[in-house]
Design a protein around this ligand. Structure first.
Ligand code: GLP
Length: 249
């Protein structure tokens, strides 16, 4: 388990910004990455998958290719479908490397640490130890599921969880249907835990579109409860939330 950067007495105030458009998040996300790189010699950065981050990943590819941003970081990510090694289409690591080819080059050079695609506890413990040995994640990008999940921490996941294998919720599998068509979405995945996520030094969550509004509302204003995994972010001292107007409700 990670030691979460949790402040139990009083909730820290979440920094929430409502943007004119999802596209307006891109320079802010690049800025966050730039700040992290400037502050740490070889920071570990946790990327997130999903449509939410597609524009950012494309922009990041341009920045890395043109030297606008130095590749002076180690990359990792949040979660992986069971049985999907990085070279397998529809997997999370594959998605990141396709959307941002420089991440593929980093993978081949050992500077992108992919989440294991097998659920063996020894493998997951070794992955966790490897991230810790690098000082832990300095900057974690996050999306949010319609059901309030973070990574694949579905409702009911304990707040102190580490890397673990999990069943995917029905809404999560439904949202992944186009990704796996004409096949069926996998039933299980490996995910970083909520404790792992809270262990990151800085967290930047993005949510765009009306479909995310209910989850965003529960995260910001509902009870801090395992029924809404994202609500745990209210216990982290350094969270930036970027929303477009529909997601802000
Ligand atoms: C998956 C991922 C999450 C991500 C979510 C939202 O479930 N495991 O980490 O936040 O998708 O995806 P999208 O950005 O496509 O809405």
């Amino acid at each position: 388990m990670h030691s979460p950067r949790v402040m139990p007495e009083r909730e820290p105030v979440m920094d929430v910004r409502v943007l004119e458009s999802a596209a307006a998040a891109v320079p802010l996300l690049l800025g966050e990455l730039r700040n992290t790189i400037a502050r740490t010699r070889m920071p570990l950065v946790g990327f997130a998958t999903g449509n939410t981050f597609a524009a950012f990943l494309r922009a990041l590819a341009v920045e890395l290719d043109t030297g606008g941003l130095p590749a002076a970081f180690v990359a990792t990510h949040l979660d992986e479908y069971q049985g999907f090694p990085p070279e397998r289409r529809s997997g999370m690591a594959h998605e990141l490397c396709t959307a941002c080819p420089p991440l593929g080059a980093m993978l081949r050079a050992g500077a992108f640490v992919p989440v294991p695609h097998v659920e063996e506890s020894k493998v997951l413990a070794a992955h966790d130890a490897r991230l810790r040995a690098m000082g832990g994640v300095q900057l974690q990008f996050l999306g949010i599921g319609r059901n309030g999940h973070l990574a694949f921490n579905e409702p009911g996941t304990p707040f102190d969880s580490g890397f673990h294998g999990t069943d995917l919720a029905t809404t999560t599998r439904d949202d992944a249907r186009t990704r796996f068509a004409p096949g069926e979405p996998p039933l299980r995945a490996v995910t970083s835990g909520l404790g792992t996520i809270l262990g990151a030094r800085r967290i930047v969550l993005c949510a765009f579109g009306e479909a995310k509004a209910a989850a965003v509302r529960a995260m910001r204003h509902g009870p801090v409860t395992e029924a809404c995994p994202a609500s745990v972010l209210r216990r982290h001292p350094s969270v930036l939330v970027l929303l477009d107007r529909p997601a802000a409700g």
